[in-house]
Design a protein around this ligand. Structure first.
Ligand code: NDP
Length: 254
């Protein structure tokens, strides 16, 4: 069996799993953060959990880039930089913005780790080895699909990082409670960080024009769509003065 055949099997299996995951998460809130409850097994330190679960996405992408038998191009290098701008931050900077005294269930850490292993394989092998020969050549950087995708990616990136920053700024050192977030897109929706994450990977799908990009976007929607609705419901039930005009995920719509 060729690697491409193995790749397709993994791709389709995990795409089907994304649909199943979505359906499960509609009924069961992913048990981390405010939705964490007893009965999901042991817990681990939250900061270490984020580093351990996200670091492979950064490190494995370097591995796929440098171990490819194809020569690097300006396009593959730019795509690597786009990926690392997100994942080096998510694995090695973002965890240090989180409260020190929080814990995460080991089960969600292991599931996130599995997802990052599979997803980075799907992205990295496609971009640097399995895509049609010379698809990502230097001319790709001038292709409208890349330019539009990169602009969408940057827009999502800014919304995601800025919104996560606003959340982390809500708590004073040592605090662990929840407050109503205000400012920026929080005036319109409860989860602009998730909205930004979805835009980021929609941009990635366009900029890479690849089945791999679609894979990541589908998984992001499956993970974060139901969670945004759960967060919104939780805010409305927890804070009597929660703004009534605020939607969950998509301004004015959802
Ligand atoms: P949350 O919005 O649930 O929490 C983010 C951080 O902010 C946590 O430390 C949380 O604390 C804190 N926080 C959230 N709301 C409040 C509030 N109202 N008051 C005070 N503190 C608050 O995000 P996630 O943890 O689910 O996700 C973090 C990042 O990871 C996001 O950027 C998300 O887009 C991304 N992500 C991407 C996925 C994908 O499939 N691509 C999947 C999952 C996450 P606490 O932990 O105590 O709740």
């Amino acid at each position: 069996m060729s690697e491409l055949q193995v790749y397709v099997i993994i791709y389709l299996s995990f795409l089907a799993l994304a649909v199943i995951t979505f359906l499960i998460l509609v009924f069961i809130d992913a048990p981390y953060g405010r939705h964490a409850t007893a009965g999901w097994g042991p817990f681990v330190n939250n900061r270490i959990a984020w580093i351990v679960q996200e670091a492979p996405a950064s490190l494995m992408m370097f591995f796929y880039f440098f171990s490819s038998s194809r020569p690097a191009t300006a396009a593959t290098l730019v795509l690597l930089i786009m990926w690392q701008s997100h994942y080096a931050h998510r694995a090695f900077i973002y965890p240090f913005s989180l409260s020190v005294n929080k814990r995460a269930p080991l089960i969600t850490v292991l599931l996130a780790l599995l997802f990052n292993f599979v997803n980075t394989y799907i992205q990295g092998r496609w971009l640097f080895s399995l895509a049609p020969d010379s698809f990502y050549n230097a001319a790709w950087l001038q292709d409208p699909r890349f330019i539009i995708g990169a602009l969408v990616f940057i827009t999502g990136y800014i919304i995601n990082k800025y919104s996560d920053y606003r959340l982390s700024a809500l708590r004073k050192p040592g605090e662990s409670g929840y407050m109503i977030p205000r400012g920026g897109l929080y005036e319109l929706i409860s989860c602009p960080n998730y909205f930004g994450e979805m835009i980021t990977w929609a941009g990635w799908s366009i900029a890479t024009w690849s089945p791999a990009g679609v894979f990541f976007l589908v998984w992001t929607i499956a993970n974060l769509g139901p969670r945004a609705l759960a967060h919104h419901r939780w805010y409305s039930e927890t804070f009597p003065d929660y703004p009534k005009n605020r939607r969950a995920l998509i301004p004015f719509i959802l």
